[in-house]
Design a protein around this ligand. Structure first.
Ligand code: ZN
Length: 214
């Protein structure tokens, strides 16, 4: 366990919030000193070129692992980076990012040691989460022979994480805002990646889709 994690575990809720607020003040004041006018400039608007769709996992923070600055990446996170056709949240974030912000790249990022993927593989009931994980369980069922043939739980989880990313990409590609952007000839590519928590590295799955035929 890291020192930060130990600190978190040993502090009360109110101490933890005090620490969050104190850290925020240090960050804000530090940046303002190094870059005068930074926040005033930031408040004028955003024009990110990337939409990042990742897992809510606390270890997978796009700004930290890519050293992105505020304003560079539009972010949507949910449990197991799931994007499906009949989910209004999925549609809304893609619609806003593509139609109003004009992002040119969408990155769907899964990760190793994903609790959502492990839950979908386990076959156990997780209560309210069962419905959310149902599409991932379906991806598993559709690829059961390939996944079950792998020898370790780690390999099976990672294969399902990769297939889940590809499934999300396929669903995003069918969304009206994406089809519309491609029909108008706008440059827009959807990429798939896996963040390896144990190494800190992002792996490109090389499954990029940038036109309807793909
Ligand atoms: Zn996860």
């Amino acid at each position: 366990m890291s020192n930060t994690a130990k600190d978190s575990a040993s502090t009360t809720g109110s101490q933890l919030l005090d620490k969050l607020l104190a850290n925020n003040r240090v960050w804000s004041e530090g940046l303002s000193q190094v870059k005068p006018g930074y926040f005033e400039q930031l408040s004028k608007g955003q024009s990110p070129e990337i939409l990042w769709i990742g897992c809510s996992d606390s270890r997978v923070c796009v700004e930290t692992l890519t050293k992105a600055d505020p304003g560079q990446v539009f972010v949507h996170r949910n449990i197991a980076n799931r994007m499906i056709i009949d989910d209004n949240a999925s549609h809304s974030v893609v619609e806003f990012a593509v139609r109003f912000l004009g992002v040119k790249h969408i990155v769907v990022a899964g990760h190793t040691h994903c609790g959502g993927v492990k839950g979908a593989l386990s076959g156990e009931s997780l209560g309210l989460l069962d419905e959310w994980l149902r599409p991932i369980k379906q991806v598993y069922e559709d690829n059961k022979a390939e996944i079950d043939a792998l020898s370790t739980a780690y390999q099976r989880e990672n294969k399902l994480s990769e297939l889940n990313v590809i499934n999300s990409i396929n669903n995003i590609a069918k969304m009206p805002s994406i089809q519309d952007a491609w029909a108008k000839g706008k440059p827009l590519a959807i990429h798939g990646m896996i963040f390896q928590i144990e190494t800190g590295l992002l792996k490109d799955l090389n499954v990029t889709v940038s036109k309807p035929q793909q």
